[in-house]
Ligand binder design. Sequence first.
Ligand code: AMP
Ligand code: MG
Length: 353
Amino acid sequence: METKLLDVRLPEGGSPEELEAARTRVQASIAEASEILKRGGLVAFPTETVYGLGGDALNPDAARKIYAAKGRPSDNPLIVHIADERQLDVLTDKVSDTAKKLMKAFWPGPLTMIFDKLPGVPDGTTGGLQTVAVRMPDDPVTLALIRESGLCIAGPSANLSGGPSPTSWTHVYQDLDGRIDGILQSGESRVGIESTVLDLTGEVPMVLRPGWITPEQIAEITGGKVEMDPALFVNRQRDEAAGDPAPKAPGMKYKHYAPKGEMIILQGEQEAVRREAERIYKEKIAEGKKVEKLLFSDENLAEAAHTLFAELRRCDEENVEFIVASAVEASDSVGFAIMNRMLKSAGYHVVRV
Ligand code: AMP
Ligand code: MG
């Protein structure tokens, strides 16, 4: 299939006429994407977290196509994207006061909430679960697309399953050209790591996937306790450790974010980490290996989140065989979310220095 590139970028400057022409083009791209989605097709869309692969959430056929295009295991449920809280009415009838407060505080934004689902939400969208994950993304083009189509849009990250998530339209193109109907060409994803997933179906809200919105921020709004899925603290591949708790978000158990080369994470005092990274770098070069250092700073975790996946993809493009990365401080909640991704990228290969 031909993958249509649909430009939704606006120029920074230019004459009023140029700006008007660009606005008309953006409108036409959104209209075309909307038509594709209404026909049951797939369009990748920008969000502030990472790019999503969109299909009509209430059309089981579209959901099937999403799994096929990504090569995603069918028990890994999709997040449903909405542009208006009223769209929740077709997804769930269990919206608690806590959920309402969280929506008011964080939507549009990188917080996904899990609710009990209504029967109209296909099992194909929720990976067979009786719950549905919903979020309102903070991107004007995607919000306009959802409104224009009138659909709830199922959207996992728009990458081939297992690899790093896409934070630019070119990443999507590299993975999914020829496998989906269209890609909205917008800018880089601002946050760079996927949304925080919060389960609201139990007594106490529980974080199933850490993200940019922290448990502290959530607790501040709810005024109560927020739990973390115990599986988030298991720093090993589950296969190696029978008896470890299984993650409650099915997607968290899969191999993820893996670059093609081998990757290790160095953990310890910053100067010592930098020295050891340099030593390993030289050692690998001497062995004739193509090697890359990814050194992140605890002082700028926003930058680390924003660049992590793009850096891993760059390493793949450049055929890097060995990546030596520095850990970030996991006692910080954003650092914890970044480490959650890095550990999976590195297959939990951590060396303390
Ligand atoms: P992705 O779409 O690639 O960002 O991944 C979505 C994440 O949300 C995966 O880890 C899913 O397992 C998780 N998720 C989606 N829906 C549910 C649900 N109903 N219950 C638990 N986890 C969910
Ligand atoms: Mg994903």
